[in-house]
Design a protein around this ligand. Structure first.
Ligand code: SF4
Length: 384
């Protein structure tokens, strides 16, 4: 609006029309003067949600979407009903679930589209009572973690704030989510490194907080350890700062360099020093994500090292374990269920809060590290 020579408050009117009224036609934004609407249309502006162009549906209820961006590139977004296991996937544990939120929702019936259905008495019924949406911040990724399928794409481009927030609102609409009433968490853990697209990522967070009404404590951003980004993040106001997760994935710098070459630039110590400057709110904890690679990062003595490392940070922290999800052309092995359990138990015995992330949507390439715009995943799971 400012670029169009209009007062800034016109932007607020536009946001209201986009996010609250969900208008999809510039001409329908009647809060704007007719002359301005005509000018916007003549200049080629359109409004609306990004289109979900493909849906891959897992047996476990997870849905992976290809969402069309502002050009022909697609971004990946994942819907995980019921969160992803021992926790919601965003750093808040099951016990933090507010039972009053779900008490109004009846988990009965099964609608494949996940949309709310109405019972005879008109009560809302869903197959989920909480859900997590995993959001992409870039198309592809430049970080090149060795275990990640997204890395194979390289970085195609950054997503705009509108595209990042647009993924969320498109998925909220699809599932008929009512923000404020339904429990939905966002994790910025899809394709890309959010802190390498910092400005657009944070602008998207502000849109989601201020216009879509999703609280920052319902959001978790995961970084591979981009130290300057963590520094900027630490200075964001509480009102718009999501919770922070660090993608650790190794017990020490030697192994981390091997699985995450970014560690050469910002080793574990530098990352931890940066994280210490992030002001945590009451009961907030930093999450350390840890992908267990069979025979590489899943040994019991490594669990003890991870426990020491986490304790040494002095931060209120917890560890999310993720058993590696296989991807074509990636030379790692899945950890055995026994080594996963041993690793978890060792951390727990060392006094570190630890959660095992249940793999979601593995069959449709929707699980952690599997997002690669796998149009080639056709024939996998149910495709809409
Ligand atoms: S794990 Fe995340 S940061 Fe690493 S290559 Fe994959 S998308 Fe990028």
């Amino acid at each position: 609006m400012a670029e169009a020579g209009e007062p800034r408050w016109r932007g607020k009117q536009l946001a209201e029309a986009l996010y609250r009224q969900k208008l999809t036609d510039v001409n329908a934004i009647t809060t704007l003067p007719g002359s301005l609407r005509r000018r916007l249309m003549e200049a080629g502006w359109t409004v609306g949600r990004p289109a979900i162009v493909s849906v891959f549906r897992s047996a476990d209820g997870t849905e992976r979407y290809l969402v069309r961006g502002n050009d022909d590139q697609t971004m990946e977004t994942v819907w995980m009903p019921e969160g992803d296991g021992g926790e919601t996937g965003d750093g808040s544990e099951v016990e933090e679930t507010d039972p009053t939120l779900s008490s109004t929702l009846l988990a009965v019936g099964r609608r494949m589209d996940g949309a709310p259905s109405k019972s005879e008495d008109g009560a809302r019924r869903r197959e989920w009572d909480r859900a997590t949406i995993c959001v992409s911040s870039q198309v592809g990724c430049a970080v090149n973690c060795r275990f990640c399928l997204t890395a194979k794409l390289g970085l195609q481009r950054n997503l705009s704030a509108g595209e990042i927030a647009g993924q969320v609102v498109a998925v909220l609409d699809r599932h008929g989510v009512e923000v404020g009433r339904d429990r939905v968490n966002l994790v910025f853990m899809g394709m890309g490194e959010p802190f390498l697209n910092y400005d657009e990522f944070m602008a998207a967070v502000r849109l989601l907080v201020e216009e879509a009404g999703i609280g920052p404590l319902r959001m978790t951003v995961s970084t591979s350890g981009i130290v300057p980004g963590i520094g900027r993040f630490a200075r964001e106001p509480d009102a718009v700062r999501p919770k922070l997760a660090i993608s650790l994935n190794a017990p020490d710098d030697v192994i981390r360099e091997e699985v995450m070459p970014i560690n050469r630039k910002w080793p574990i110590g530098a990352v931890i020093d940066a994280v210490r400057k992030v002001p945590l709110r009451s009961r907030e904890r930093v999450t350390f994500e840890y992908v267990l690679l069979g025979g590489v990062t899943d040994r019991p003595e490594q669990a003890a090292k991870v426990a020491r490392l986490v304790r040494r940070t002095g931060l209120p922290a917890k560890v999310n374990l993720i058993a590696w999800n296989p991807g074509p052309g990636i030379g790692y092995a899945m950890p055995s269920p026994e080594s996963v359990e041993d690793f978890r138990r060792t951390l727990a015995e060392e006094g570190v809060p630890v959660y095992l992330r249940r793999p979601r949507g593995r069959d449709i390439y929707a699980a952690c590290g599997q997002l690669k715009r796998t149009v080639e995943a056709e024939g996998i799971g149910n495709r809409e």
